[in-house]
Design a protein around this ligand. Structure first.
Ligand SMILES: [Zn+2]
Ligand SMILES: [Zn+2]
Length: 177
């Protein structure tokens, strides 16, 4: 969702709240592509502080489907994003625009705020390094691929399953090529 916040640039010391919603359906990053589940609308507060900066605050909740680190089953991972952003107003008092000013990537030249870009940045920062479906997830058997949370496979550690041995040989051949 995009909202025009241009009026807030000139309303010194005024504050406004907008109910906004998240349109993004997936999170694409270096780590992969993860479906986003129904982000509830949330209230974004936009405050003009002394005509010098805009402060954006709000709390957004949404969840993403992320595979468990051990068993690869999808986990619905909840995010509680606490947004608190300060945007310097590019138009300085002396009328000069500072080229070096870092303008927030989620606000375009028309002073339209892209909620999804803002959320994308927050998700990146809050993205978990590791997701487990449960703390004691047993993972998958490296030999037969059985999800060990669901069933025991009976494979012995260190001794290849004879049914898998031929596949392992094939893998070995591939590696040697
Ligand atoms: Zn798991
Ligand atoms: Zn096994």
């Amino acid at each position: 969702m995009k909202i025009d916040i241009s009026d807030m640039y000139s309303l010194t010391d005024k504050e406004t709240t907008r109910e906004v919603h998240i349109d993004m359906v997936e999170m694409k990053s270096k780590a992969g592509c993860f479906p986003i589940q129904a982000g509830e609308p949330f209230v974004l507060t936009i405050a003009n502080e002394k005509g010098k900066r805009l402060r954006l605050t709000g709390e957004a909740r949404l969840s993403a489907r992320i595979p468990c680190d051990r068993c690869l089953e999808d986990v619905s991972y909840p995010f509680h994003l606490v947004i608190d952003k300060t945007v310097m107003l590019t138009q300085a008092d002396d009328g000069q625009e500072d080229e070096d000013d870092e303008v927030a990537s989620y606000i375009d030249e028309e002073r339209v705020l892209d909620v999804d870009r803002l959320i994308f940045g927050e998700l990146l920062v809050n993205w978990p390094a590791k997701v487990l479906c449960r703390n004691d997830c047993k993972g998958i058997c490296p030999k037969c691929g059985t999800n060990l949370n669901r069933a025991a496979c009976g494979c012995e550690q260190g001794v290849p399953d004879p049914r898998m041995a031929q596949f392992l040989d094939v893998f070995q051949k591939f590696k040697e090529v």
